[in-house]
Structures are given as structure tokens and as C-alpha cells.
Design a binder for this molecule. Sequence first.
Ligand code: PEP
Ligand code: MN
Length: 678
Amino acid sequence: MTQKLQTDRDAIDSIDQQIVALISKRIASARQIGSTKGKHTGLAVRDPKREREVYDRWARIAEEHGLSGYYVGRVLREILSYSRRVQEGYLDQDSSETGQPVTRVGYQGTVNSYSYLAAKKLFSHREKTALEPNSFRTFRAAIDALVTGELEYALLPIENTIAGSLNETYELLKEHHLAIVDEEIWPVDHCLAGLPGSNLNEIFTIRSHPVALQQCQTFLARATWASTEAFYDTAAAAESLIAEGNKAVAAICSEESAYALGLDVLQRGIADQPHNQTRFVLIGQNPEPIDQRLPCKTSLRLALNHREGALAEILQSFAVRKVNLTKLESRPKPESPWEYEFYVDLVGHQDDPAVAEAIADARAHTNYLRILGTYPRRGLELDQIPSTAPVQTVGGNGDSPEAKVPITATVTTRDRTLPERTTVQLGSVEFGGSHFVVIAGPCAVENRRQMLDTAQIVRDAGARVMRGGAYKPRTSHDSFQGLGWQGVELLVEAGRAYELPVVTEVLRTEDVDRVAAVADAIQVGARNMQNYALLRALGTIDRPIVLKRGLSATIDELLKAAAYITAGGNNRVILCERGIRTFETATRSTLDVSSVPVLRQRTGLPVIVDPSHAAGERHLVEPLALAAAAVGADGLLIEVHANPEEALCDGPQALTADDLKSLMAKLEPIVATHRRTL
Ligand code: PEP
Ligand code: MN
């Protein structure tokens, strides 16, 4: 090497050092500004006008030095985006500080794989704690480690601009009820890397992940002299070159991997599609709060109720409020063939007024709606520098053009004095719609014969849903406690035989998933109305819940208990008035008939009445049932037994087959006054 070349190189090294030192100073100043913005909630994170001025000034100075304003501008753009992320870190600092010195994040692949690089990029901006990347061979292994608490987060790819959605990530999010807490966009920039000194024309084998090979078809078609070889990971393919030491083999990988491993980049930019990007989501066990001033996205998971046009109505809820949807993904429901659920990504914070209203409105058309998380919207640094045109800001949240459009007056107005009625689908039966629905069956499941006989009675009388308790909450420990799981199976069998959907009570959180897998609906008994762990668990399942009012619960407390379920995402709650404890002892409980119109005023959820447990005596059941229908209940829950004298539980209040038939006949004209049929 000549002396001159060495001197020039030394000069460049020294200049680079100064550039990095200056960037470090600039970021320190940005940090100061971030800290000020963090303390003053009125200040927006991004000031487009200021950014534009800074950018214009750079371009001007660059041109004065005879440099390209465009290229120098690009350098600035990167620095600005880095500064912005540093500042954003101050805004949600309180919420995300875990107090841990490192954050353990799982990813699929080896060191320097695209997932690893995306994790490094994301955490260099999150600035909370140091990243401890943990490599896993599969997505599932990373998620398992997250669920067992070995990791704080897992970073998984969720979509690629060429390959589309990664279904497995959606499945894992669903399976474990996980939350999305952040995202990262990684531009997939494939290069061909070889051992130092290797030459493109002397390469005979090109190895990489099959998807990467697929994405470089045009380049590979021209490299006719080389054959391809599939490898499980791009970074691992690059690593294998070093282990083998064969200059005739090259790998397709990221430039970062090539540099990190000391390989030569033989050709860069070899992907067919120059804009190949992968979006990753940072998955946590729980959603994390985030400052409303950050540019945000919100993700939802929802299942439609089966009404015509439900999907269109949901989309309309967002459209009329100018909430921009960035993604709508439909996934099949394996437990219900030809039914689908949807994943929606939208621009905005879940607490933005327009977003919150749109979600509340959309909820009415769903059986299930869960907010997977509101998280920072990444990838904006790839956008253009904002134009100098003044932008009107509404509410100061989000910096996307979409988020700045005010909520328009075209939002359909509706009568706010009464909540919109929602219907709840239980199997094939709809509550809150045109039918007054009677649920009937024994207090407790006792044996197969009893269940089949009762199912026939229920069916013949015209009741539409069958009940039966398998796990019984008994006041005395030595009373019959129910048949447990065997009882659930007998109930389901009888229901199937007579085509009646079934509802049964669950007492313990541990039993929820198992029972929900076979029963059409789950009942929460009066004694468990405030069992919040149970309510939360029921919020995550895709089954309707019959929520009974507690013995001493106010109407307000009943509604708050229902909110525990709906907050988890499960909107299918049917409220049940079953009598409350008062000073009166003439009846088992005192049926609070007024709760029906009061509840109808306060909630759109269907309301049914259980006259059996309120009455405690057979002859009182009918008049109370008729009263419930008269005040506008949406249905009844009634205990029936083929031989009440032999019943193991609540025999004195059980109706016989004839009692039930006679009650149904008397109900008919009453429900007709509410324009309903049985
Ligand atoms: C029941 O319906 O089986 C029952 C136990 O009722 P409650 O929870 O209202 O007492
Ligand atoms: Mn009972």
C-alpha cells in the first residue's frame, strides 16, 4: 500500500470518529428535549415544521459545499428518525420500566438472522434496558418460553411485503391470549456473500433459506453456473461458509450478517423486489400502556356475530370516523368449520376518541372483540420528510395524516337515552332478538336416563336451550355436589340427541377451557358473580356466558361483573336476574322484577330471569315467570325434572313436564305484547 493511500485512510478514520462523536452529541441533545417533552404533556413528539426547516438547512449547506442535497439529506433523515425514537422513549418510560437490568427477548433463528437484527434495531430505540436476545429454533419454542416467564417478550415476524402474512404468529397470539406491545419494520436487503477473496464467477453453490432463494429468482436465473442449496436460516447459511472454508460456495443473507461474519459482499441488492420488508411484532403476556402523543397503531382480534352485513357494519364503524385500517386479516376457526375471525390493525391509539368510539360501535356487531394492544407505529422513518404545508392537528395524537382528520359529523346519531340492543347467539339460538327464549332443564345432572327424559320434555314444550348443573355450588358440603365432568358429558349428549344447545355452570377457572370446548354456553352462578379470576377467564373464551346476579349484588355490581367479561373480549354476556336476599323469608329469594327494565335502560345486553331460584317453590314459579315476560325480559331460566320428588337437588322448585307446557302456553300472549314469539 502506498504511503499516500494510508494517509488518506487514516484521515477518513479520524473523520468517521468525529462524525460518530457529533452524532452522539446530537442524540444527547435530543434526549434532553425528549425529557422536557416527557414532562410537559402538552408538547407533541414530532414537530414537522421544525423537521422540515432542519432538513432544508442541511440540504442548503450541503449544496454550498458542492455536495448532493439528496444524499446528505438521506443521512440526516436517518439521524432525525433516531432522535425521534430516542425522544419517544421518554414518553412511555414510566409504563415500560420493568426495573430489570436486561430485557430477555426471544426470536426465531440464529445470531444475525433478520429476526435478530430487527430485535437489535427495536431495542436500540426502546432504550429502556439492555437487550438480551435469546435464539429459538421455532416460533412456538420462543412463545413457550414467553408463557413460562423465561422471557419478557418474543419478537416474531407477522407479515412480509412479498410472502404475505405469517399464519403461525397469528395462531400463537390467539392460543395464549398474548398482547402486541411494539412493532418493527425490517427492510429485507439480500446480498450474496462469500469468503474473503472469493469471486462471483467462481461460485458453484449458492445456499440460503428457501424463501430467500425464492426472492432472488432473477439474480439466480442469470447465475447459470451455480446451483442452489436450501438452508434453515439465512444467517446460518452465511456462518456455514466459514466452517467449510470453500470459496466456491456463497450464501444469500443480509449485509449485516456478511459484515458481522467478516465475509465479502459479492453482490448487493439481489432481491427481485427492491421494497421487500418484513414487519415484526413484539409480543408480551399483557398489553402495555403507551403515551397517547406517540404515533400509534392498535390491533384487534374479533369474531363476527352471524348477522347479514356484520363485517360491512364493522368496517363502516371505522370508516365514518376516518379511522384508517392498515390491515384486515381473516383466519379460519378450526373449532367451527367455515367460520372466520378477523385481525384488524388500525392507525391511532385505543384511547383516541374516534378510535374508542369506533371500537365500541364495532363491538356491537361481534361475538368477540379483544384489543391486542396499542403500540408505537414504526417504519415512519421510511416515509418522506413532512411537507412544509401546515397540518391541522386534532387532539394532538398520532402524526399520520389520517389521525389528523377531525371526527366528522357524518357519524350516525342514535337515541342515546336507551343503549342499542345487542343480540347474543347461543348455539343456533339468538337472545335479545325476535324470540323470547326459554332455557329449561334440571338443577343437577343426575344420570343418563334423567337427562334424556328431560331433554325430551324441554324439546316437546318448545323451550330452545337445555340447562343442567354438573359442578354444583351447594350451601352444605355434604349435599350432592354434582357429577362433575361426567355430568357435563351427559348434558352434552342429551342436548345433541334433541338438538338443544346446552348451558352449564363452571365453578373453577381451571375448568373453563375444558367445559367451553363442549358446552354451548357457560353459566356463572350467583355465588360466583364476583369471582373476578373466573370472570376474567371467561372473558377470553369464544362462548356466551349466562351471568347470574349475586344474592346481595346491586344492579351496578352486576353490570361491573359483566364488564370483567366483556373487557377480556367476550361480548356474549346474558344477564340473569335470579332474586336477591332481603328481609322477606316467605320466598327463597325476592325476585327483583324492576331489575329488568332498569338493566334494559343501562345496557344493551340481553336480560333473562330465573324464577325457580327466586321462588323456591313450584307453584310460585309460573306467576313470577309471567311477570318477567310482562316487564320485557328476553327469556327465562327454569328448572324442570321428570320426577321432582326424586331430584337430588332443588326438587321442590322443579316444574314437571305438564307444568312447563302450561307455562309455555301462558307465556305466548304475553311475549306477543312485546312483538315476540317463543
Ligand atoms: C343454578 O342455576 O343452578 C344455581 C345454582 O343458581 P344460583 O347460582 O342462582 O343460585
Ligand atoms: Mn338449582
